[in-house]
Each structure stands twice: as C-alpha cells, then as structure tokens.
Design a protein around this ligand. Structure first.
Ligand code: SF4
Ligand code: SF4
Length: 444
C-alpha cells in the first residue's frame, strides 16, 4: 500500500485519533515521518480500554504498524508502553518483532506519560518545539486503538461506527464494551447494567482530563475512551463543577505566588516557557499588561498536575489555563515562534509524578480495580444522535436528508478531504429522522 492509498483508506473509514481530541488521522500522515510512536501509555488513572486492545489485538496492531511504516517511509516504530504493562503483550508476537523496526519503548509509570510531547521525549529523547506538532522532529504519534481502527479498515473494510469504552469508577466491576457511536450515555449505562444514577456524576474520560457529561443528552463519540461514574460529592466532581467566576475569585484571594504550579508543570520541566502561576495571577487579577502570561497558556496540555499535585492552596490553575487557551483558540491565536528547548530542566527527574501518588491525591484508590472484564453486550439503541464534530477541525456536512434510509457503515456526513476534518458514518441501520447543526438523528 502506498502513501496516497493509505491516506484514502483512513479518510474514507472516518478514522480520527481514538484518544484525546480526535485529530483526523490522514492529516497526521506525512512522508517526513522518521519515527512512528504508538501511544499505549494509558496514563489517566482508571482508564483501561487501550490495555484491552493491546492484550487482545497486538498481532493485528503489529501487522498494521508494518503497513504504516512502509507507506510513510518511517525508519522505526516505537510502541510507548509503561514497563508494568508490557506483560499484556502477546509473547509470540513480541518474539516475532525481534530484530525488526518495531520496538517496545518502555516508559515510566508517571503522569502524564501519554501527553504526546512527554511521550515523544520519553521514547525518542527528542523535544517537540513549543507550539509545534511532533512532525517538527520527524515523529508521528498514533494511539493504539487508532492503529486497530486502521487494521479494521484494511482487513475488514470497516468504518468507524463503534468505540471501545471502559465503564468504571464507583461501580462494582469495571467492564470493557464496544458501543455504537451516537448512543446516549444514559441508555448505554442502562444496557451495561447501571440504571441508578441518582447522586452520581458521569465523566467522559479520566478523572484528570475527562469532561463531565449529561448522560441524558451526551453520547458516545469516536474519542470516548471511558465512562466513569463518580459520587456527585467526590472532590473530582466538585472541582470540575466549580464555576470559572468562583475559581478566579478564589485564585485572586488565595494564591501565595509560590509558583509550585509552574515548577511541577510537565511541559515547563521539558524546557517550555510556560508559567501557569503568571497566567493564573494575570487572569484572576485582570492584569493585562503582560501578554506573555496569557499566550503561554497555548502551551498547556491541560494535564492538571498544577492543580491536583502542585497547588497547596487548593486552587485550580489547570482550569484557568485551559480557559485562557480556549479563548486564544477562539480568537484564532497561533504561536508561530516554535522555540525549541535545548534540553529538559535539570530538576525534571525529581519532579515526575508517579501514578500511585496521583491516585491517592485524587482520592480514588477505592475505585481502582485489578482489571476490566470484556463484555460482549449487543447494544441495540432505537435512536442514535451522531455528532457532526467528533474531531479537531471543520464540522462535517450532512450528506443525507431527513427520511433517507441508511445502513450501518454508510457515509452520512463528511468534510472536504483537503481540509482538517473527517467522514462520519451511520452506526445503526434506520431512517434519518432529524438533522440539526450538531447531530444527525437516526432511528432504527
Ligand atoms: S494543566 Fe497545568 S501542569 Fe498541565 S500543562 Fe497545563 S499548566 Fe502545565
Ligand atoms: S501553586 Fe497555587 S498558590 Fe502557588 S502560585 Fe500556583 S496557584 Fe498560586
């Protein structure tokens, strides 16, 4: 398969990054890629969907990595996985990879090992310049499930209509299921056996970077890695729910200027010019004289180390930094200087955050299970609400009309291939009932 064929296949299958923000995968491909790094870090506490995929589909992933390597002309592929999780990988497949260009790159059990800037450093030793993408240093990072989705498109001609999802948190047993995209989370949880959600809050994603959702409205998307059920009163939920106005008032009143939040920031420790203490003080004191204090927030990955680990005053620099970053993006601000740190800061090694410390700091030790059971639930939602924007870039344009009959896997919306965007497919067979500016509704 050559480069153009690979781009075509991946675009047509609607493949976007299965973890994180959903960057359209065909737009990551470049002939300048020297190294492919597979993100198998699974660094958010409680998340286990990638573990399942690696444990059960490592052969398929390895085969697909050879296809990717050849089509992109990369020299090597590094599977970035925590040392404690290498036991998940099939030993026969590992043996078959010896002496090949596919290597296992063990990364430390720290948070946020899966942030792509951190992952690139831990696997290749390269530092991605500020504000740039890994391609700037010849690296393409791809999530393990994304690779598996490419395999499904290559071998079974499958489009992305289903998603591996972990259900965990304050539940008796964690399970891994494969669910249709566009299914309402309340219905999804009910079919998983969780009908009683009174006094509970639901997060799409991990406790650090995941978003609170309204299960009656929000749906499973191409980027849903996990659905966590938490007690409404838990500190993780209270922090996520706190309104920005209160967060800013508290910051204004209680920040002591210790700059521990900056000192512990994983991107600062990689040498980036990011000073979240200054962003917090500028935002909470309405100080508009230092533009850098705001624009540096564009370098924030939203990991939350500053909030959960660093700040002893219980302030929330993560929320303020991500809010500023969001506003910069809305205003069309882009960093163009792309400075390259020459080396990581000396103190980095002593300031890495072990996963176990993070779990205790979050107060979620009681939600940690040994593993998750794979359940083959045959989900049969009567209606799905398929979002037109499940990816970074331009919203997809509907290609169907109300009243059309569609089959699972049919194209229902797409973005022009030359633009940053993705194709969207029907996840169930049925009739198009409604098209809004955000969803296509299909009824069985
Ligand atoms: S959330 Fe905080 S610690 Fe994480 S990158 Fe942003 S500023 Fe740094
Ligand atoms: S760690 Fe907390 S108190 Fe210290 S500078 Fe940062 S936000 Fe302020």
């Amino acid at each position: 398969m050559d480069f153009e064929q690979l781009c075509e296949l991946v675009y047509n299958a609607g493949i976007v990054g299965a973890g994180g923000a959903g960057f359209p995968t065909h737009k990551k491909f470049s002939k300048k890629v020297e190294q492919i790094v597979v993100n198998a870090a699974e660094c958010e506490p409680l998340m286990m969907a990638d573990h399942h995929i690696l444990a059960h589909h490592f052969k398929a992933i390895a085969e697909t990595l050879f296809v990717l390597k050849d089509a992109l002309g990369a020299k090597e592929v590094l599977v970035g996985i925590k040392g404690k999780n290498t036991g998940l990988l099939d030993k026969k497949v590992l043996k078959s990879l010896e002496g090949t260009a596919i290597k296992i790159a063990e990364i430390p059990d720290v948070y946020p090992a899966g942030d792509e800037v951190v992952l690139v450093y831990e696997t290749t030793g390269k530092i991605v310049p500020e504000g740039a993408i890994p391609l700037a240093v010849g690296v393409m990072v791809i999530n393990a499930e994304t690779v598996y989705n490419i395999h499904s498109a290559l071998v079974r001609n499958e489009n992305v209509t289903q998603k591996y999802v972990l259900v965990g948190g304050d539940v008796e047993r964690d399970i891994i299921v494969r669910a249709p995209i566009g299914m309402r989370i309340s219905e999804f949880l009910a079919q998983c056996g969780y009908t009683e959600l009174d006094g509970k809050a639901v997060i799409d994603g991990g406790p650090m970077m995941g978003k609170l959702v309204n299960p009656k409205i929000d749906v499973i998307t191409k980027t849903t890695k996990g659905i966590l059920v938490f007690p409404e009163t838990h500190a993780v939920i209270q922090r996520k729910r706190a309104p920005m106005s209160i967060t800013l008032k508290r910051a204004s009143a209680a920040c002591c200027g210790c700059h521990m939040c900056t000192d512990m920031c994983p991107r600062y420790l990689l040498g980036y010019n990011i000073h979240v203490d200054k962003t917090l003080r500028a935002a909470s004191h309405s100080e508009v004289t230092n533009a850098n204090a705001f624009t540096e927030a564009a370098l924030c990955c939203g990991c939350g180390v500053c909030t959960v680990i660093a700040c002893q005053q219980m302030l929330d620099p993560q929320k303020i930094s991500m809010s500023v970053k969001g506003e910069l993006a809305r205003q069309g601000f882009r960093r163009t200087d792309n400075k390259s740190p020459e080396k990581v800061r000396e103190e980095r090694a002593g300031r890495l955050v072990p996963s176990s410390v993070l779990i205790d700091r979050l107060g979620i030790r009681r939600f940690v299970k040994d593993g998750a059971e794979r359940k083959n639930i045959k989900f049969n939602p009567k209606t799905v609400y398929i979002p037109l924007l499940q990816h970074v870039g331009k919203i997809a344009e509907p290609k169907v009309s109300v009243g059309d009959m569609v089959k699972a896997g049919d194209v229902i919306a797409e973005t022009d291939k030359s633009m940053l965007g993705a194709v969207i497919h029907a996840s169930i067979s049925g009739t198009v009932k409604e098209i809004t500016d955000r969803f296509i509704v299909i009824e069985r």
